[in-house]
Design a binder for this molecule. Structure first.
Ligand code: ADP
Ligand code: MG
Length: 400
């Protein structure tokens, strides 16, 4: 069904308005609390600059990590995020130590037009994930309008990204709008041939989208840990590899449903194997028929890479989610590196998403400009592509 999105462009009067903006500042951090990737933060820039330019009073809300309920884990406070925000955007930001209470009330009352404040991690309160009406109402009381720009959280119906919409006029920020438009066009009017390349660790997280694309894509290319289950289900030994034997019936069913299976659904024909996962691991390239009992499959092999790249080169649209190998270690990175390179700077529409997929393209030196669209959603993108209605999207759309 065609959808229309309510965006901040539709709200003409922003001057002096308190605009609550739900952003996705859930940035990856290392064990010392140092931010390792600022992609999601940078992606919110158009919305935030627009609101400042329109002289709105901007109140930012986000979750960060997975704190234990009602435990204020110091490492998950938003201080580093606020610092990074002002360094990157050169915009002053006031960071609050709570997400509600007297000090927040006061700071918002004093907030001037064009100024920005950031509330503390919303997940410090267990009410957030329960979409608790009282908590939601308190958050909503800080705004005259609500802008949702957190695509990465759109598959969850929590207080700060969905609940608030019950209390305030709600609009999509520019990032959310772009994600919805690109992914809707991909589902509804893809230029063909459409190729779906899926990798990553487990079948479980990808099965929905895999099934959906089997009916939609011209070709599905499988790599990564999840390919092992299909390899095993096809009757080959996968040695010591990651393999979900309990998902084998599912894998068999999917393969059986695909009547023209061998042309449309490809699994690796050769693989990189090793006995250990380490930087100095010794590797072998083997046909899938020859994987011995004591070794692990950790990447797709050169023939598979070549075949997949040939198919990609003939495509008009390529969607890629999940690295085809254990790219974190150099001996198993070649498949992921080659796919990233093969997809970069194509005339084709290239759509990428997934935390590790995006991490991999950065790691291998690609910039986002080399692809048509790099989604800020991992789980959210997968659910959207499965055809599910995401609660964070529903609140900004109207059926036509
Ligand atoms: P994304 O975050 O892009 O959606 P996933 O989280 O599904 O991707 O999977 C990424 C992980 O899958 C990476 O840590 C990668 O090392 C791992 N992986 C890829 N291939 C294999 C394999 N053959 N065996 C084990 N792990 C793998
Ligand atoms: Mg991941």
């Amino acid at each position: 069904m065609p959808i229309s999105i309510r965006t901040i462009h539709d709200q003409l009067e922003l001057k002096g308005k308190r605009v609550l903006v739900r952003v996705d500042f859930n940035l990856p951090m290392d064990e010392n609390g140092k931010i390792t990737d600022t992609t999601r933060l940078e992606a919110t820039e158009p919305t935030i600059r627009y609101l400042i330019q329109k002289e709105a009073r901007v109140i930012l809300l986000s979750h960060l990590g997975r704190p234990k309920p009602n435990e204020h884990d110091e490492r998950l406070k938003m201080d580093e995020v606020a610092k990074t925000f002002s360094q990157i955007f050169k915009i002053p930001i006031k960071k609050m130590d709570k997400c509600f209470g007297k000090e927040v009330d006061q700071a918002i009352t004093n907030l001037k037009n064009g100024e920005v404040i950031l509330l503390e991690n919303t997940r410090f309160h267990c009410e957030e994930e329960k979409n608790d009406p009282q908590f939601t109402k308190t958050l909503a009381s800080y705004g005259d309008l609500f802008v949702n720009d957190a695509f990465g959280a759109a598959h969850r119906a929590h207080s700060s990204n969905v609940g608030i919409a019950d209390f305030l006029p709600t609009y999509a920020g520019f990032l959310l709008e772009k994600e919805i438009k690109v992914l809707t066009a991909l589902l509804e009017t893809p230029e063909r041939p459409l190729v779906f390349l899926v990798g990553g660790a487990k079948i479980d997280t990808k099965i929905g989208v895999l099934e959906h694309f089997l009916g939609k894509a011209d070709t599905v290319l499988v790599g990564g840990g999840l390919a092992n289950t299909f390899i095993h289900a096809s009757g080959y030994d996968v040695g010591n590899s990651l393999c979900e034997k309990d998902k084998e019936n599912l894998a068999k069913r999917l393969m059986a449903e695909c009547v023209d299976f061998h042309e449309r659904f490809l699994i690796p024909t050769d693989v990189i194997v090793s006995d250990k996962i380490a930087e100095d691991a010794k590797t072998f390239t083997l046909a899938i028929e020859n994987v011995p009992k004591d070794l692990k499959i950790l990447d797709i092999g050169p023939k598979t890479i070549e075949k997949y790249l040939q198919i990609i080169q003939k495509a008009k649209t390529v969607v890629w989610n999940g690295p085809p190998g254990l790219y974190e270690f150099t001996p198993f990175a070649r498949g992921t590196k080659s796919i990233a390179k093969g997809l970069s700077n194509l005339q084709t529409t290239t759509i990428l998403g997934g935390g590790d997929t995006v991490d991999a393209i950065r790691k291998f030196g690609h910039s986002f400009k080399e692809f048509s669209h790099v989604s800020t959603g991992g789980g959210a993108m997968l659910e959207f592509l499965e055809g599910k209605e995401l609660p964070g999207v529903k609140i900004v759309t109207m059926a036509k």
